[in-house]
Ligand binder design. Sequence first.
Ligand SMILES: *[C@@H]1O[C@H](CO)[C@@H](O)[C@H](O)[C@H]1NC(C)=O
Ligand SMILES: *[C@@H]1O[C@H](CO)[C@@H](O)[C@H](O)[C@H]1NC(C)=O
Ligand SMILES: *[C@@H]1O[C@H](CO)[C@@H](O)[C@H](O)[C@H]1NC(C)=O
Ligand SMILES: *[C@@H]1O[C@H](CO)[C@@H](O)[C@H](O)[C@H]1NC(C)=O
Ligand SMILES: *[C@@H]1O[C@H](CO)[C@@H](O)[C@H](O)[C@H]1NC(C)=O
Ligand SMILES: *[C@@H]1O[C@H](CO)[C@@H](O)[C@H](O)[C@H]1NC(C)=O
Ligand SMILES: *[C@@H]1O[C@H](CO)[C@@H](O)[C@H](O)[C@H]1NC(C)=O
Length: 414
Amino acid sequence: MSSFSGIINSYYSIDDIPDNDRIIIINNKQKRNLFKRIILILAISVLCIFMLMIITTTVTITFKKKSINFNYQNSSLTENKIILNISKPLEQNNIASNKTKTILETSTPSKHNNSLNRQLSTNPHYNQNGNIVAGVFSTPNDELNKLQSPASVYLDRERNIYVADTANHRIRKYFPGKSAEGLTLIDKTWNINSPRCLYIDQESNHLFFLDRDNQENYRVQLLKLNSNKLKLTILIIGKQTRSYGMTLDQNLNIYISEFNYHRIVKWLSPNYDRYVIIGENNKKTLSFPRSIYIDEVTNNLYIADRNRIQRWSTNSNESEIVMQGGSLCPNGIEYDSHGNLYISQDKTIKLINNTTDLEGIDIIGIQDYPNMDANFETTANLYTPEGIYLDKTNGDFYVADSDFNRIIKFTIID
Ligand SMILES: *[C@@H]1O[C@H](CO)[C@@H](O)[C@H](O)[C@H]1NC(C)=O
Ligand SMILES: *[C@@H]1O[C@H](CO)[C@@H](O)[C@H](O)[C@H]1NC(C)=O
Ligand SMILES: *[C@@H]1O[C@H](CO)[C@@H](O)[C@H](O)[C@H]1NC(C)=O
Ligand SMILES: *[C@@H]1O[C@H](CO)[C@@H](O)[C@H](O)[C@H]1NC(C)=O
Ligand SMILES: *[C@@H]1O[C@H](CO)[C@@H](O)[C@H](O)[C@H]1NC(C)=O
Ligand SMILES: *[C@@H]1O[C@H](CO)[C@@H](O)[C@H](O)[C@H]1NC(C)=O
Ligand SMILES: *[C@@H]1O[C@H](CO)[C@@H](O)[C@H](O)[C@H]1NC(C)=O
């Protein structure tokens, strides 16, 4: 209030008034002052109420946007907290309890092992015939040995293979060397719908994935792998976004592409209650973005939109086109420590490095053939490959061969 009374005084300086009139005028002035003060107080009150309304609305909107839902299926809230505490970001925010710190310090290193990465070839060549590691030849259906339009594949440290069996609305796990024997981790009875974009945090042993709820809202869910009985919805994004891409960085921030809004939204761990928008919200810089990928060494974000890949620095809004070509949007994206970019698009896996042109060269699935022709369903051909996974410990390449309904592994020759 002191600044306001200061203002009042400056409006009504007694020195401005001739001496003779001073007494009477002071009385009038006092009345006027009183009146002005009442008006002022009223004005301030109205202003305050107005501001309060704005704040309330903002908070409500923000809250609606975030829609965090900590409902665990078949578990208690206590377990929910444990899950969030074992993620790394708590340490980053300096709010880690000693218990959390202990878990962090004793946990095995993250999946990223630079020393092994260096053993990868700078110029890799792959066996053109792959091995089917999940799914089988023949018509897709929901039998246990089959897959339908798998969109994503991911490995854990033991090389168990996790598959988003997207059109069957389930996530399956396959054991190394035993392609036929998989098990269903989670399926329709858990209310999941078109899962895709698998990501495993190896340290906490959680699987993140993108799917949709009953109202067709896109959402991110978390599955505790060592129990497979704990599932947590950590983000509900809404149905308008049409989100096809989700990935995480090493601090477990979640990135989601919003196809309809031409942007990527980064949700900040550990609570995912704040977000940052990456890319401008217009079609100039990002145009219907789909798949996204984080290179964990540099923390660069790779974004597939239209028929190209852009590299975005997550610390600035600077972007660069690193791949451009073909008539379709790239699907899967991978990146190795030598700066080789791998993408799946149409019927091949392409490699782009600093000596190839922006279109890259086909390194897997090199034969072109007519669409929808099952005669070409060999282990050397791909049909709409989507998610890809490069095993950075040995160079093996896994492809979710979506329209041939299988996962194929290609081994490196040199
Ligand atoms: C989870 O709980 C529901 C209802 O409480 C039950 O029907 C379902 O079988 C449980 N699922 C698992 C995997 O335990
Ligand atoms: C998890 O972290 C929160 C915030 O630091 C803390 O209040 C809570 O006690 C922790 N829970 C467990 C089980 O460690
Ligand atoms: C956490 O660890 C620090 C340093 O080891 C110690 O000083 C502090 O008392 C511990 N806090 C709790 C709550 O145990
Ligand atoms: C990376 O892998 C190599 C070879 O297996 C191993 O010696 C090294 O300890 C690993 N480094 C980390 C940080 O795990
Ligand atoms: C880039 O890839 C092409 C095709 O595989 C290869 O011939 C070339 O040597 C690579 N360049 C580098 C620097 O690895
Ligand atoms: C990037 O762009 C977004 C949207 O235009 C803006 O909100 C954000 O502050 C920018 N970030 C940086 C680091 O410039
Ligand atoms: C391309 O990458 C290779 C391997 O990282 C590097 O040795 C070479 O200098 C690069 N060439 C150019 C033109 O950047």
